[in-house]
Design a protein around this ligand. Sequence first.
Ligand code: PMP
Length: 390
Amino acid sequence: MQEPACNAYLDNAATTPVIDEAIEAMNDVLRHAWGNPSSSHRVGYAAKEVLEQSRATIAECLGVDADEVFFTSGATEANNLAVRGACMARKSESRRIVTSSLEHASVTRSVRGMRREGWDVEHIEDVAGDFDMEQLHRALLKPTTLISVMRVQNELGWLLPVPEIVAARDELAPSALVHCDATQSFGKLSTPPRDWGVDLLTIAGHKIGGPRGIGALYVKRGTQMFTNAFGGGQERGLRSGTEPVFLAAGFAVAAKKACENREANLAHAYGLKARFVEGLHDAAPDAIVNSRDDGSPYIVNVSLPSLFNQDLLDFLGERGIFISNASACTENHTTVPKGTWRPKHPLSLQAAGIPLKLGKSTIRVSFGFDTTVEEVDLLLQGIKDFSNMG
Ligand code: PMP
């Protein structure tokens, strides 16, 4: 198969290339531990052993116990399960969900489904990366079942103050569960569910050099959950379906490597971000950096007011340079009255405080562990050349 010529891959928040060690581990499992882990014979036991070793590795990366880690098909399914599984197990409670206005569609749309079933929902605003703690405090004065907030916003790189949100829960709504979508945080920034005090936490393999199609939900021991996947009762009844053992193995190898190298990788990412932001002043002097210094260094979101993002993407693509347009805003043509929820797309850059007119001028650049300075420089040169053409 012919791979597209790639000189700079800077779309790592979308997905990352699978690291060689994970590919080797997966090949090994596909060849030698291909059994069904539920089978009561040696072929099954061999697969089961790999599955449980993988679970233990991921649990260690999170600082939790292996029986608190449940494999899913990815972050989407883990988020769906967290929201719906937690709420359906608490139907007799307050039936109220508090979430942020910047969540990924897999949370927002799950929450919207609960609202259709009569649940009360409040979205906490996070304009310009300032999560509105006062609104949260007011929101938690009403009895609440679930709080669902992400750690790193996937379009903007902003951090949501998860420990402070948990502290507010402890003080004002102690019976509420806290779920954190840590998809863009796990393996990159410190992501300790126990220290934070969250009850549920979502992670995925393919943002950190693991394969697509696998993720996990951390469920604090003793938390009652309902399933979304009915069948043979795998994953201790929470997620039926024969487990993809090779994907679990690849995920575990990538997670271990990412967690072991987290500090060095982070320092490298800060360096790349600084170089890119610094170089932008020259490449496109009117650029507006929407990401914050205190956010994840792996994601830099920029508005280039004089450019049309898809044209820039096409131009860069011709040079083998790959970034993302801030896709979330492309469908966002409707202005929605304050306090209501958009009928169409779950995430609005507008909700983040970015003017609607910049929607089609906004790009996301996201770094991986192996991104080089040369790749950043190629991108800067590409932006400069494209700007000069116009
Ligand atoms: N949550 C966040 C914050 C994400 O960035 C993503 C991936 N874009 C997801 C959930 C969904 O992940 P997946 O595609 O692996 O299901």
